[in-house]
Write a protein that binds this ligand. Structure first.
Ligand code: AMP
Length: 422
């Protein structure tokens, strides 16, 4: 029996690669423009990194991690997200000692044991940034601006940027008290998961998708109106700056996001064109205490992650075409007989050294069949090699759009190919 790829994973090839390249190339240009440099962290980390970073009572840590013992019995986990590993790296290499802010970006595959469906995979790709070392709301605005620009550059129009503040270590516990008091009379009406969340991590109740829970949450007091003066003025400033940048946003008081490390500003970019459960394309927030919690210095930080796979799903759905320009000119070399192979290889070498995208027929077939194949596979020109060419070095190049032919002696006038392909 044939073996397929594991559930929730996929092979990426063909057009999918073009979409990915388009997203990644466009984002990389913006990262550079915003002065971020790349970091690549290992695909797996000590499990502790995620337990401590993401939070033990989050869905990711409780039920979605690919955790396994290595041969020496150490517990390792395939990374389910990018922030905790980057924070670990910042501390391990003391990146804060040379430069503040530390502005890093990553493009990596993530692993979460989730129920696979369209736009939700067990292995998926994210690109994201982390900016460590700045408390100033300017960096919040800059990071949100960058997130919005990534989608703007790709040609998205009707996306919604949601923002909220989840307060800090001082005001959040107070709010949680207020929230729990409100929920107490409704405990029996909450779903079993939310009843558990009530004790372990009440804010997660805001993530529940069950209508009866949503109804109860809708009328609850929101964290936004319970944050302290310091968090409130920070948030107001972020809003002021986003307005200066002309970035449209909506304050969503129910927004909490799935990681425990977030403090103050959090944000998410969603599309109402994607189905309601999987509508988030990217999101992030501040994590002012995480580096300290990991044993590093007290460095307030902020970051976001964008789901590449989900962005592609929406690009396809909305007909946003990838803007990668295919090489306009490329030559397919057709050999009339096997004995011209060596000469064909020399010509191929000449074309490739001239930076002209090309390929050669590996099988001898009828010319018409080969030309059809070249047309179907996007070649703009064909060069046919037979006895005359071998003797004279005069190669005929056929334009496959209008079938005009041009001849040139490639050894004597090697530059002429550029004119012919123009
Ligand atoms: P998160 O790391 O959960 O904040 O997610 C950031 C973005 O990654 C989301 O907005 C999605 O676009 C994407 N994402 C998260 N989980 C998955 C998944 N299981 N499959 C595909 N994309 C995902």
């Amino acid at each position: 029996m044939a073996i397929n790829s594991p559930r929730g994973t996929s092979d990426i090839f063909g057009d999918e690669i073009f979409y990915r390249d388009c997203i990644v190339d466009s984002a990389k240009k913006l990262f550079e423009l915003f002065n971020y440099t790349r970091i690549i962290t290992p695909a797996f980390e000590h499990t502790e990194i995620f337990n401590r970073g993401i939070g033990k009572s989050t869905d990711i840590v409780k039920k979605e991690m690919y955790t396994f013992p290595d041969r020496k019995g150490r517990s390792l986990t395939l990374r389910p997200e990018g922030t905790a590993p980057v924070v670990r790296a910042i501390i391990e290499h003391k990146l804060y000692s040379s430069k503040i802010p530390i502005k890093l970006f990553y493009i990596e595959n993530m692993f979460r044991y989730e129920r696979p469906q369209k736009g939700r995979m067990r292995e998926f790709w994210q690109l994201g940034v982390e900016a460590a070392g700045v408390d100033n709301p300017l960096i919040d605005a800059e990071v949100i601006w960058l997130l919005a620009l990534i989608f703007e550059e790709l040609g998205f129009k009707n996306l919604k940027l949601l923002i909220n503040s989840v307060g800090c270590e001082n005001c959040r516990p107070q709010y949680i008290g207020v929230f729990k008091d409100y929920l107490k009379p409704y405990l029996e009406s909450l779903c079993p998961d939310c009843r558990e969340r009530y004790n372990t991590n009440p804010l997660r109740i805001f993530d529940c998708k069950i209508p009866s829970c949503i109804k109860i949450i809708n009328n609850s007091p929101k964290i936004y109106s319970h944050i302290c003066g310091r968090c409130s003025s920070h948030f107001k400033k972020v809003i002021e700056l986003l307005k200066i940048l002309n970035i449209p946003f909506v304050i969503k008081e129910e927004l909490v996001r799935g990681f425990d490390y977030y403090t103050r500003t959090i944000f998410e970019i969603i599309s109402e064109d994607l189905d309601s459960v999987q509508n988030a394309l990217g999101g992030g927030g501040r994590y002012d205490k995480l580096i300290e919690q990991f044993g590093g210095p007290s460095i307030p930080s902020i970051g976001f992650a964008v789901g590449i796979d989900r962005t592609i799903v929406l690009m396809k759905q909305l007909g946003i075409s990838w803007q990668i320009k295919k090489e306009p000119h490329n030559v397919f070399i057709i050999l009339l007989e096997e004995r011209f192979e060596n000469y064909g290889l020399e010509f191929l070498n000449y074309l490739r050294r001239s930076s002209i995208k090309c390929d050669i027929s590996f099988e001898i077939k009828k010319i018409s069949t080969q030309i059809k194949w070249a047309e179907k596979n996007g070649f703009s020109h064909a060069a046919i090699i037979g006895e005359d060419e071998l003797k004279s070095d005069n190669i005929t190049v056929k334009n496959l759009a209008d079938f005009k032919q041009s001849q040139f002696n490639w050894k004597k006038e090697p530059q002429k190919i550029y004119e012919i392909l123009k």
